[in-house]
Design a protein around this ligand. Structure first.
Ligand code: NI
Length: 140
């Protein structure tokens, strides 16, 4: 883990990760970027605009945390949840869902490392995991 030795004191100051700075690097909508890992979960940032596609993740729960904007998540069974800044929702595994952003939404996602972007379906905007990971490498 990168750190700065302060005046030879042996004290290392580690760098925090800025969600805002990571989001600023995102140029395309619906293109999650992996920015961290906690055990077997990736932390991702993404910008959303429009709607993704109805899909489900058979084996993985998926957490959406809204940073800015208002996100609608449509859920199977004529259910939906609306999230504002600072709010999160966990879509349980196996539940079909479709995120909809009427205007731009910035989010943090927490997902098991095996989670496919659009679950059991593949569409033009599906982003494979290796592209989500990009230059991210776990430190330590
Ligand atoms: Ni999903």
């Amino acid at each position: 883990m990168g750190g700065t030795d302060i005046g030879g004191s042996g004290l290392s100051v580690l760098s925090a990760t800025s969600i805002a700075a990571e989001l600023a690097l995102v140029t395309d909508h619906w293109t999650p970027r992996v920015v961290g890992q906690v055990n077997d979960q990736y932390i991702k940032v993404a910008k959303l605009l429009g709607e993704l596609v109805w899909h489900a993740h058979e084996h993985e729960d998926e957490m959406f945390l809204v940073v800015s904007g208002d996100l609608l998540i449509q859920l199977e069974g004529d259910r939906e949840v609306r999230l504002g800044p600072g709010e999160f929702f966990v879509v349980p595994r196996g539940v079909r869902h479709n995120p909809v952003a009427e205007s731009e939404v910035e989010i943090v996602l927490i997902e098991t490392v095996t989670t496919a972007h659009t679950g059991d379906v593949t569409v033009e905007r599906t982003v494979p995991l290796d592209r989500q990971i990009g230059s991210f490498a776990p430190e330590g």
